[in-house]
Design a protein around this ligand. Structure first.
Ligand SMILES: [Zn+2]
Length: 169
């Protein structure tokens, strides 16, 4: 997996060459602007027949937590959480058992467990080392089609904040 973890711009360089004054870059359900995602990611993550996938109209990934749509495109095609092989972190941001990192399989619970047993978490360093070593496969394992480190940082911070509060109370 070559540069799957490189940070690309918000509109996902490398998706389609389509000239993009797109009418539907916003999610048809929640109205938020989705993140461009490669069709290869959509194919890898869907649990339904791939006959339903468009080869011509690129997809976007909706990150809104309370929106059921995961992928959508300009042709009005929609795939939701129930049609996915993985539960989507962004749709279940506080669920203990939903992966944050799909390549190395870290969940909020596994991070909490590490904090409890070791007193610290090495998850950010471990994932960073893995991506440097090129053993990640974010484009085919992570529903967002890109590296999880941003999400992972947020989750670790949030868990540390929670624990800090618990210690004070
Ligand atoms: Zn949405």
């Amino acid at each position: 997996m070559s540069d799957c973890c490189s940070i690309s711009d918000e509109d996902g360089a490398g998706t389609a060459v389509k000239t993009a004054v797109s009418t539907s870059i916003t999610c048809p359900s929640c109205g938020q602007k989705g993140k461009a995602v490669n069709t290869g990611t959509v194919k890898a993550l869907l649990s339904v027949s791939l006959h339903a996938v468009s080869e011509t109209s690129p997809y976007r990934f909706c990150r809104t937590a309370d929106c059921s749509v995961v992928y959508y495109n300009e042709e009005g095609e929609i795939f939701n959480q129930e049609q996915m092989r993985e539960r989507v972190h962004q749709k279940h941001p506080s669920a203990a058992d939903v992966f944050v990192c799909y390549c190395y399989r870290h969940t909020p619970q596994s991070i909490r467990d590490e904090l409890t047993s070791a007193g610290k978490t090495t998850v950010i360093a471990a994932v960073t080392a893995g991506t440097k070593a090129g053993t990640c496969a974010c484009d085919i394992r992570n529903p967002q089609g890109s590296c999880c480190l941003g999400n992972l940082n947020k989750v670790v911070k949030q868990i540390l904040t929670e624990r800090g509060r618990d210690l004070l109370s």
